[in-house]
Design a binder for this molecule. Structure first.
Ligand code: M6R
Length: 606
């Protein structure tokens, strides 16, 4: 979603702002803009890519500025709606949604303000301007303005009558500060500042901060001046650059063996599992846990769907998996002994955060975040946490975040099973051994790419596809369909294969490619009958099968043999071919796989 960069320095900040925007491109955007103070306020905006903005910025030079990539919510993508928005000499960039923008617009119009855009953000610019003209410094004007705002925001503000500072504030949307030597920065994401500083302060909700070239002031929601901890960002430039790969998605697919190995590093040399892998209080919390509620969105929700099978069969815990945006508005029955597990790559997904708060407000206090971003809001809001160590995921389509989530969730199921006396010593050590071999097995699955490319060639001309799985592989079919829709724009549906004859079979003909996940498990024979139903209607079948699955190729049936049979870990392996299938189909269709249309990487608004 939208991205913010701000910089104040003794040198020209324009290249820093542009570079920062480029590093935020992965979040998804439809326009970009920059405002600087160099004698007066200068603003440039573009509906093209950041490189277009860079071109028109030409020889622009200034020591103070703010910049933004916009992902349209209020008002169509256009130059007039692009940020920064201005009011007199005040300029504002904003991430989030101002919910009371309509009433504020009316109020400000009454005071004589004219609106030049359809955005909710413009009210912030006029509101700050209105407070400024009542006297007082920019910092106070921004603080007073934020008191009147309802909704979520991260903002950065500059004022041409005071070129020595940038004021920023956050509530419900991420914002951090970067500390340089005699220069300071602000951004919505640490990757935007990689080229200038690793020293990061994560602002807390309600914080307002003033940055000058050599000083920093942070005030909390209660008006107290506060010091916030300085973190050293572990992000390296290489981790957010393409290297030998053509796209970030391709890079991230191929990074999965390493990402899973890093995530499981905490147990690779262990002989036994301990609850404390999930946090200091995990031993106590897990003992009192009698059910699990998983809250997540999109791909992370699919990881939760897989985890339900593991948690119920291994740990014997009833598990409910809910789409966060639905759960938060549903009258559900709460259970104080339920462990609320949130799953999120970014840790900033607004619906997941709100669902967690909703669950807590209903007396379900014990929470665990499975997340890829250490300092994210989700991690900070949870009692327990487990970090997926996938490294930065830049491609909008989630790949390595998903497989590392699955690896983390297997561990969770095993630990809960052990706490509940259901994991014998022998089984524990066999499972740990399988986890140790998982990265190598993932590497072998990546070797199926040439066969997957041939499948992608068959799939790419089609407009629709079906994905089938059974049991724990049904959510993997859902993830395969989501990936395909997201980047190839081919309409895809996933079904539990037993559901086929209850409706979707009507869609099957020679124009409907059907992809099936068919490991040699206890449901294989049932699945084979479902596949017969497809063949009998002339459907073209593409089957991912184990070596010993007793499934043969024939007219209308293509089989790719998986190199390993991974038992309980099979869903993790079967994810990879489906990711590669979506990737190659999208590439063949000429799509931008890293930045699919209409989508954003971090969905920080409702
Ligand atoms: O950062 P999160 O894991 O919370 O994001 C949730 C979804 O927005 C995300 O998984 C989305 O579905 C992906 N683009 C799918 O590839």
């Amino acid at each position: 979603m939208c991205g913010i960069v701000g910089a104040i320095a003794g040198r020209n900040v324009v290249p820093i702002l542009i570079e920062g925007l480029k590093r935020l491109e992965y979040r998804g955007y439809d326009s970009a803009g920059i405002a600087v103070l160099n004698g007066g306020l200068q603003r440039l905006r573009s509906t093209g890519r950041v490189v277009e903005l860079e071109k028109i910025a030409g020889s622009l030079s200034a020591t103070v500025g703010i910049a933004h990539t916009r992902w349209a919510t209020h008002g169509v993508p256009s130059e007039r709606n692009a940020h920064p928005h201005v009011s007199g000499g005040v300029s504002v960039v904003h991430n989030g949604i101002i919910e009371n923008h309509d009433s504020m617009r009316e109020e400000l119009r009454g005071k004589g303000y004219k609106f030049a855009s359809d955005t909710d953000t413009e009210v912030i610019a006029h509101l700050v301007h209105d407070h400024l003209r009542q006297g007082g410094p920019l910092f106070e004007a921004v603080r007073s303005a934020t008191v009147e705002l309802q909704g979520a925001y991260a903002i950065a503000v500059i004022d041409e009558s005071d070129a020595g500072r940038i004021v920023v504030a956050r509530h419900g949307a991420p914002l951090l500060l970067g500390l340089g030597v005699d220069e300071n920065f602000a951004a919505s994401d640490a990757s935007a500042l990689i080229q200038v500083t690793p020293r990061i302060i994560y602002l807390e909700d309600g914080d307002c901060a003033e940055l000058s070239q050599s000083s920093l002031k942070i005030m909390d929601a209660f008006g107290n001046l506060v010091e916030r901890r300085v973190h050293i960002s572990q992000l390296s430039a290489a981790s957010v650059e393409l290297g030998q790969y053509k796209t970030f998605m391709q890079k991230e697919i191929f990074e999965q063996p390493m990402a899973v190995a890093n995530t499981l590093e905490v147990v690779t040399s262990a002989t036994a599992l301990i609850p404390e892998l999930f946090g200091a209080r995990a031993g106590v919390i897990f003992k009192e846990t009698n059910a699990v509620l998983i809250l997540a969105c999109g791909t992370s929700y699919h990881a939760g769907m897989v985890a339900r099978y593991w948690l119920e069969s291994l740990a014997g815990l009833p598990c409910n998996v809910e789409i966060a945006s639905e759960y938060r508005y549903r009258e559900s029955v709460s259970n104080p002994r339920c462990l609320v597990v949130t799953i999120s790559q970014s840790g900033e997904t607004a619906d997941t955060l709100a669902a967690l708060n909703f669950a807590k407000a209903r007396g379900q206090e014990n929470s665990l975040a499975i997340c890829n971003v250490p300092e994210s809001a989700l991690i900070r809001s949870s009692d327990l946490r487990f970090l997926t160590r996938a490294g930065p995921e830049i491609g909008v389509a989630s790949t390595k975040a998903f497989t590392t989530q699955l690896a983390s969730l297997v561990l969770l199921a095993m630990v809960l099973a052990k706490v509940r006396g259901r994991l014998g010593k022998q089984w524990e050590s066999e499972m740990l051994n399988s986890l140790r071999h998982l990265p190598a097995a993932l590497t072998r699955v990546l070797g199926t790419e040439p066969q997957i490319v041939r499948w992608a060639e068959c799939l790419a001309p089609h407009r629709h596809a079906l994905f089938l799985g059974r049991g724990v592989h049904w959510p993997i079919a859902m993830e395969g369909a989501l990936k395909l829709k997201e980047i190839s724009y081919i309409h895809a549906e996933a079904y539990a294969a037993g559901e086929l004859k209850h409706g979707p079979l009507a869609l099957v003909d020679q124009d409907m490619p059907v992809f099936a996940i068919a490991p040699n498990d206890e449901l294989l024979e049932k699945l084979k009958s479902n596949l017969q139903e497809v063949s009998a209607r002339g459907g073209r079948l593409f089957v991912l099968a184990d070596q010993d699955a007793r499934l043969s190729e024939g007219s209308g049936t293509d089989v790719i043999r998986m190199p390993d049979h991974a038992g309980m870990l099979s869903p993790i392996l079967h994810t990879i071919p489906l990711q590669m299938l979506a990737y190659h189909a999208a590439i063949l269709r000429g799509n931008d796989v890293d930045k699919p249309r209409n989508l954003a990487k971090s969905v920080t608004v409702e």
